[in-house]
Ligand binder design. Structure first.
Ligand SMILES: Cc1cc2nc3c(=O)[nH]c(=O)nc-3n(C[C@H](O)[C@H](O)[C@H](O)COP(=O)(O)OP(=O)(O)OC[C@H]3O[C@@H](n4cnc5c(N)ncnc54)[C@H](O)[C@@H]3O)c2cc1C
Ligand code: SF4
Length: 453
């Protein structure tokens, strides 16, 4: 559809003054200093059978580490955290604590003001990573067993670290140039500043026993049958490399952009001023990716950014807090709208989007037939990622709803192969859940290799 309604496209890099980039992309939550950490730790009741600990997917002993901070032992606190979650540093930055530990904190329930568990966790783990000269854990005696891990994201690295600590030799294969998965390529830039993803990767590898083979993709450079033949066990933590399409004509037009792809470029560039940014931007979606791309594009200088989501506010996957972050940055969130057609101008590039109002009369989402048009120089697609099962073709690995089916120990339907993180069915698509999956699988791989189960 070609229309002449919206003005000429306005997409350009460098919309801001140089100093505005560093201000806009600075730490979302500046770290607590020692005094602030003491004050916050003092607010904890050190609850028996602490609800915060039960709400943590990695079961960190939260009251214990807060008590250690209160006793001015941040190194001990960090060890308590890292024993349960080797990515405690990244999780302190990216966990939606408002829907996990802090949501159930008794201080939240009683006063609406939880103990800042995430901030305290960051205080302790940052302290250890900045001050420790050696890795805090040591490896068990070598077992002589070798394990292949596919995917160097949170799931794969967590699995690799636990296995290496238990004395196994681990080789991690990743399709990308850099390890870290979405910690390196996906998390919003203002949540993980100063190259923290690579610093944490180096910290994890500091244990020893883990070799990373980057730019090596399963299905392209290696086959699963090679790995099962050459290694004693295999863990798959391949995440969700694909994205859902809008299903509209013209999705390949200039200006219609995959949000995850754009965020990866944003995370990898040395010069934020080089990224092309529209004056008017529309984002389609209701999850963390939609919020993150909208917020970051606004912070890059877009004048008018609107998220359009097809259901109501309460159905959005992004937490209320995440939505607040976007709104504070100046993003508008509109509900009950779904994309109907992409509007293209001269040369076929995007100049706007037609949206249809929606309703849910009997629990079923329908288009009402009423439409509206938003001018847009860029339309970002953020309606979910998909698993690419191509590399598993011809194997006996069963899928469920497009993702790998595993049991509670993260065993797949193929002998010697485990899986975890976003690529498995039933996951929650959170960093902390992926870390836990990797840990669960590692413990079961260890039991299988040592006990023969
Ligand atoms: C934009 C965005 C923002 C997010 N923000 C947050 C947040 O703030 N907080 C939060 O908790 N969660 C967030 N998430 C979700 C979180 O990042 C994921 O749940 C988590 O990274 C999943 O870990 P994983 O190890 O399963 O997969 P990934 O992190 O995706 O890592 C998978 C790895 O496998 C590699 N790989 C894929 N295919 C192959 C192959 N064939 N061969 C070899 N290697 C392969 C990839 O290159 C990648 O390195 C966000 C997700 C996105 C997309
Ligand atoms: S629920 Fe809150 S007060 Fe109780 S132990 Fe956890 S952090 Fe402390």
């Amino acid at each position: 559809m070609t229309i002449s309604v919206p003005a000429a496209r306005d997409v350009k890099p460098g919309r801001l003054a140089p100093e505005e980039y560093s201000t806009n992309f600075s730490d979302l939550h500046p770290p607590l200093d020692r005094h602030e950490a003491f004050v916050e730790a003092d607010r904890c009741y050190f609850c028996y059978d602490a609800p915060c600990m039960n709400a943590c997917p990695t079961s960190i002993d939260i009251p214990l580490f807060i008590r250690q901070i209160a006793a001015d032992n941040p190194t001990g606190a960090a060890k308590t955290i890292l024993k349960s979650n080797i990515m405690g540093g990244m999780c302190a930055r990216v966990c939606p604590t408002e829907t996990l530990c802090e949501e159930v904190c008794v201080r939240e329930v009683a006063e609406g003001k939880p103990v800042k568990i995430g901030q305290l966790q960051r205080y302790a783990t940052d302290h250890l990573m900045e001050t420790a000269s050696t890795h805090p854990f040591t490896r068990a005696e070598p077992t002589g067993k070798r394990v292949a891990v596919v995917g160097a994201g949170p799931a794969g690295l967590s699995c690799a670290h636990r296995l290496a600590a238990l004395g196994h030799e681990v080789t991690v294969f990743d399709a990308r140039e850099k390890a870290g998965g979405l910690n390196e390529y996906g998390i919003a830039a203002y949540k993980s500043v100063d190259g923290f993803a690579q610093a944490e990767l180096d910290f994890i590898l500091g244990l020893g026993g883990i070799e990373i083979k980057a730019s090596t993709a399963l299905g392209r450079d290696i086959a699963l049958s090679d790995l099962t033949a050459d290694f004693d066990a295999v863990f798959l933590g391949m995440g969700l490399p694909g994205v859902n399409d809008l299903g509209l004509e013209g999705e390949d037009a200039e200006g219609c952009i995959d949000a995850v792809d754009y965020i990866a470029k944003l995370r990898q560039t040395d010069d934020l001023a080089s990224l092309p940014v529209g004056r008017r931007v529309v984002v389609i979606g209701g999850g963390m990716t939609a919020i993150d791309v909208a917020t970051q594009v606004k912070l890059l200088g877009a004048e008018d950014v609107t998220i359009c989501y097809r259901r109501g506010q309460e159905a959005m996957n992004a937490s209320e807090y995440e939505q607040e972050v976007a709104k504070t940055a100046g993003v508008t969130i509109r509900h009950w709208l779904k994309p109907k057609s992409l509007l293209r101008g001269e040369g076929g590039a995007i100049v706007g989007i037609e949206l249809e109002y929606t309703a849910q009369p009997n629990g079923q989402l329908i288009g009402t037939g009423e439409t509206m048009i938003l001018p847009a120089d860029q339309v970002f697609k953020a309606i979910g990622q998909t698993f690419d099962a191509g590399p598993l073709a011809g194997t006996d690995i069963r899928l469920e709803k497009g993702r790998i089916l595993t049991d509670e120990k993260r065993r797949t339907s193929l002998a010697k192969v485990w899986a975890g993180g976003d690529c498995i069915f039933g996951g929650e698509d959170l960093t902390v859940v992926s870390v836990e999956d990797g840990k669960i699988a590692a413990m079961d791989i260890h039991a299988a290799l040592m006990g023969g189960s």
